[in-house]
Design a protein around this ligand. Structure first.
Ligand code: NOJ
Length: 589
């Protein structure tokens, strides 16, 4: 064995904390087969105050070179049949778009990570992985007793991982806390990733954006050509004008490129990543955006045709870079990648990494939809800004189960968010749309504001149609709320019940608070002890107004101001499916 320890502080280019302390003890156990080929493996443990990671390292050695891994038998055994918040691994939905449910471990089958346990001895435990690199992602197969076994996502041929010594597995991680918020503040996953490979990060710009997007999901626009084509030059200019007027940084435009006509999911090979449709003048639009100090946000939907995308990727990033585009949303809508491999197998892991690395070459930030789950790679590639990998706002347009429930919204902070930033696309202000599926945004408007504080994303969208923001005083909060944070302090919360969190702006002395609740209306008393001691603040409060209720009347927002300090206990009234968002600005002396 070998033992080491580390205690150092490193700085993030963006995140939920400015500085991160990496304080751990390491134990390396060198193992050798006692007979036969005498093969070698090391197990490396890193133990932090709030949990641990361990990984297997296979050194270069005479009797182990190229390997096909057929199984991993890491087991996670609990003393009790605890409750676990999780999403199942069901292969018709391989990009994590399910509702987190709580159930006893014994009632689950194979689940995805992060999996969040509420244990019988009152602990909150999350199992996940860090630094998923050239490997298959780990799911958890319920095995005997109170145990899960690592179940690696296979290739089409059944092999789990192709590797060659020397190689490492990703870190298998366990975070342990006494309250749900302890999982949120853990930086163990980031600490277990490699430092940034991008030296100059000055081009990486966390930002807020709007998009020609929700209109497609509401079916008022189409991605493909025709009378309702959303991505026209005129329409895009209208969005750019709106962004410029309201100080938003970017405009995402989907359906701008050749390949969307007809059933675009059938075969992504029709998609071109360099050729715009004739009614979308890329040159004119990007020039117009630059004049208005706004950027076009690029879109690369691949429909899962990963190899086809790889063949054009370099040219496509080069083109965007030449036009001043510095962020691209990617997409992989399809059960398989290249009609055969899972998104979360080694095949997908390799592809997504290639995209992030290539994008970095052209100074492009990535917002990846239908991704493999996040495992902290944003530390190594800080241009991997945000990902989907969850049921996002779009489910509130077309899902045939009614949309994302208030309970679901209150699980995300302690489940999906442990995998890193989420492009949920909050900010819905218009609730009166009607689609045949009958889905609906199941929060109040005030709760939509709170989501900007609750759900971290360094590229953060204001997802609604611009016309739904016009004349709405509450829009001020979206314009002002930051999307990166110097500090994060989760407050009293119950997974699936209610979430309260305070965050300090990265660039100023302002604090923000977000609170949301499930179907239950609540009177909350929030102690503002997170505020800097000795400073007086003006609190601008956006709370559920009289009669607010997510089912019957999501609109009323009560806006008020209050003078507060770190000893104030603030009363917040949250409606059913409601929330509150607060901005705290220091009062100038
Ligand atoms: C699914 C993505 O999540 C959504 O945001 C996007 O609009 C569609 N794919 C089309 O790319």
């Amino acid at each position: 064995t070998e033992e080491k320890s580390a205690d150092k502080v490193w700085e993030q280019p963006w995140g939920e904390f400015k500085k991160i302390r990496d304080h751990h003890n390491e134990l390396i156990v060198h193992l050798q087969e006692t007979a036969g080929e005498k093969r070698l493996v090391d197990i490396i443990f890193r133990v932090f105050d709030d949990g641990l990671g361990f990984r297997y390292h296979f050194p270069k050695q005479p009797n182990l070179d190229k390997v096909k891994i057929s199984n991993e038998i890491t087991q996670f055994t609990f003393p009790f049949d605890n409750d676990v918040w999780s999403i199942p691994v069901h292969r018709d939905n391989s990009y994590y778009e399910s509702t987190y449910k709580k159930s006893p471990m014994s009632k689950t089958d194979t689940i995805n990570t992060p999996a969040t346990f509420e244990t019988k001895d009152k602990l909150f435990v999350a199992i996940h992985e860090a630094a998923l690199t050239d490997f298959a992602s780990m799911t958890l197969l319920k095995s005997k007793g109170n145990q899960y076994k690592s179940d690696l996502v296979p290739w089409r041929d059944g092999v789990k991982v192709y590797a060659q010594t020397p190689f490492n597995t990703p870190w298998r991680t366990i975070i342990v806390g006494t309250k749900p918020g302890d999982l949120v503040t853990s930086t163990l996953m980031l600490n277990l990733n490699e430092p940034s490979k991008i030296e100059d990060t000055s081009w990486i710009e966390p930002s807020k954006y709007i998009g020609i997007w929700w209109g497609m999901h509401l079916e008022t626009f189409t991605w493909g050509q025709g009378p309702k084509h959303g991505a026209t030059t005129a329409n895009t200019k209208r969005y750019i004008d709106f962004a410029a007027e309201h100080g938003l940084d970017g405009v995402l435009v989907e359906g701008w490129n050749v390949g969307w006509d007809g059933d675009w999911t059938a075969d992504g090979k029709a998609l071109s990543f360099t050729q715009p449709y004739p009614d979308f003048d890329l040159d004119e639009i990007t020039k117009y955006a630059t004049q208005k100090n706004v950027r076009l946000i690029g879109h690369h939907e691949t429909a899962g045709a990963a190899k086809h995308y790889e063949s054009q990727m370099e040219e496509a990033f080069k083109l965007y870079n030449s036009k001043g585009v510095n962020a691209v949303k990617t997409g992989y809508v399809n059960k398989y990648l290249d009609k055969k491999e899972w998104h979360d197998g080694q095949y997908g892991v390799r592809h997504y990494r290639k995209v992030v690395e290539t994008a970095a070459k052209y100074k492009i930030m990535i917002d990846n939809h239908e991704p493999v789950k996040g495992t902290g790679l944003q530390r190594t590639y800080p241009n991997l800004m945000t990902q989907e990998g969850a049921r996002g706002q779009e489910y509130n347009a077309w899902s045939n189960d009614g949309g994302n429930t208030p309970e679901y919204m209150n699980t995300l902070l302690f489940t999906r968010m442990l995998a890193g930033p989420l492009d949920y696309t909050p900010g819905n202000f218009g609730f009166d749309y009607k689609l045949p599926q009958g889905a609906k945004v199941q929060t109040t408007l005030a709760a939509q504001l709170a989501l900007y504080v609750v759900l971290f994303s360094p590229l953060q969208m204001a997802s609604d149609l611009p016309e739904n923001y016009v004349g709405k005083p509450e829009f001020k909060f979206i314009k002002e709320v930051p999307c990166i944070w110097a500090d994060t302090k989760p407050l009293d919360s119950k997974i699936g019940g209610y979430n309260t969190i305070a965050r300090k702006d990265w660039n100023s002395e302002n604090w923000y608070l977000g609170a949301i609740t499930n179907e239950e209306a609540r009177d909350m008393k929030v102690a503002l002890s997170f505020l800097d001691k000795g400073t007086t603040y003006t609190a601008e409060i956006y709370a559920d107004g009289p009669g607010a209720d997510y089912k019957t009347n999501p609109y009323p927002v009560a806006m008020s101001t209050q003078t507060v300090n770190s000893t104030t206990v603030m009363n917040l009234k949250l409606a059913s499916g409601g929330g509150a968002a607060v901005k705290f600005t220091p009062v100038k002396k």
